[in-house]
Design a protein around this ligand. Structure first.
Ligand code: AMP
Length: 401
């Protein structure tokens, strides 16, 4: 069976068609600028050249129709007909406290996801648009929702509650939810397979470092703490998000700059992080170039802050789990930046973390151990594969129908 995985953003649709017999990619692509001028699709059949197609795409339904048209096109497509797609798996960002795992999508579930819109007003509506579009275009295909938040629903209350009046949790469900759950689930599982460890007996700290970054402590297969919170803005310094910040500073800045909550949200989500501190870019590669090739002081500071905060989280999660067997790096930065990995793990021998500089150097996008043979904590790079995880969750549920 083939599973189509969809990740619908406000103006984009990322997709992957996966053959579940051997977990291989059949095709993948991204449609961008939906509803805007200059919409385009970049599509690639596995092992072939990427193609770019332009056309006006008004909404997600037209976008998905277009993608399906390309996939089934006799000349440039990858499947003969839609019959070859057995099911569709959707990335859904927020499942609130309703969803502790992936679910088959039916009217009742869709209504529950609609109820979570308040918690993720930027993310859940486009995710839902993808679901509505598939329901209209392929009503016979089973659909599954895989939530970014679900993996973290195992966190204990003392980890997910905030130090605010409990009535606010009761009224509005304000608490830590955590995100990147699909990636944290995949990487923590995969690293145990890779190292031959029992997932249910291993303590892992997974550092998902990309444009958005989060760390997760996984004890015996369960997320016990994670750095993103009620929204993805908490925790690490990210491409454009501030991460941890004194609430007093937030209200002070809002007063001084005379900005409302929308403007404050934009400031801390879109203009902060690596971009805000360096004044150069949100892209780690560009900040690294400015820091290490040009000696730009602000870029250096931004990277040091990024690395320092990750070190602090690693140490605190070691305390949270009373130790750690494995640390993993994933995401665009975690998989590719040997400089960041080395700086993050430097001088942590006292905690049992000994990096092998030679193994780490130049390693990009490949599964590998980067700690020394005698390091009590094994440090690994594991490229994430969120789409495969969504596809696996989808097939697991569809087979039970
Ligand atoms: P993601 O959000 O997981 O796609 O990751 C995107 C981030 O990974 C961007 O900040 C990129 O600059 C960063 N990245 C990709 N390749 C490298 C690299 N070779 N060195 C440093 N950062 C990289």
């Amino acid at each position: 069976m083939k599973v189509l995985v969809l990740n619908c953003g406000s103006s984009s649709i990322k997709y992957k068609l996966i053959n579940m017999i051997d977990n291989s990619n059949v095709a993948s692509g991204v449609m961008e600028k939906i509803g805007l001028k200059g919409s385009f699709l970049k599509h690639q059949n596995e092992g072939q050249e990427k193609i770019k197609l332009e056309g006006e795409v008004l909404d997600h339904q037209v976008g998905i129709e277009y993608i399906i048209g390309v996939m089934t096109d006799p000349k440039i497509g990858c499947i003969k007909s839609l019959d070859q797609i057995g099911a569709v798996g959707h990335r859904v960002v927020h499942g609130g406290e309703e969803f502790k795992g992936s679910v088959i999508l039916n009217d009742e579930v869709i209504a529950q996801i609609e109820n979570c819109i308040d918690l993720a007003p930027l993310h859940n509506p486009p995710n839902l648009k993808g679901i509505y579009a598939v329901s209209a275009l392929m009503p016979d295909k089973p659909q599954v929702g895989v939530f970014d938040t679900a993996f973290h629903q195992t966190m204990p209350r003392h980890a997910y509650m905030y130090g605010i009046p409990k009535s606010l949790y009761n009224k509005y469900k304000v608490r830590r939810y955590g995100f990147h759950g699909t990636s944290h689930r995949y990487v923590s599982n995969r690293v145990c397979e890779f190292l031959g460890l029992d997932y249910n007996k291993t303590k892992t700290i997974n550092c998902h470092l990309g444009n958005g970054s989060s760390i997760c402590a996984i004890d015996s297969g369960q997320s016990v703490d994670t750095s993103m919170g009620f929204t993805p803005v908490e925790g690490l310094l990210m491409g454009t998000r501030a991460g941890d910040l004194d609430i007093g500073a937030v209200t002070y800045i809002m007063d001084k700059e005379k900005i409302n909550t929308d403007a404050a949200s934009t400031l801390f989500n879109k203009h902060s992080g690596l971009l805000g501190v360096s004044g150069i870019s949100s892209d780690a590669r560009e900040v690294e170039d400015a820091a290490y090739k040009e000696g730009n002081e602000d870029a250096l500071l931004a990277l040091k802050m990024f690395q320092y905060r990750i070190r602090k989280y690693i140490a605190s999660y070691m305390a949270a789990m009373s130790g750690c067997d494995v640390i993993t790096f994933t995401g665009g930065i975690g998989e590719n930046s040997d400089i960041d990995r080395e700086a993050i793990c430097k001088d942590l021998e006292f905690m049992g973390i000994k990096i092998d500089k030679e193994k780490n150097k130049g390693l990009r996008g490949k599964e590998a151990i980067i700690s020394t043979d005698d390091s009590p904590v094994t440090v690994c790079v594991i490229p994430t594969d969120e789409e495969l995880t969504i596809a696996k969750q989808t097939i697991k549920l569809v087979e039970q129908l």
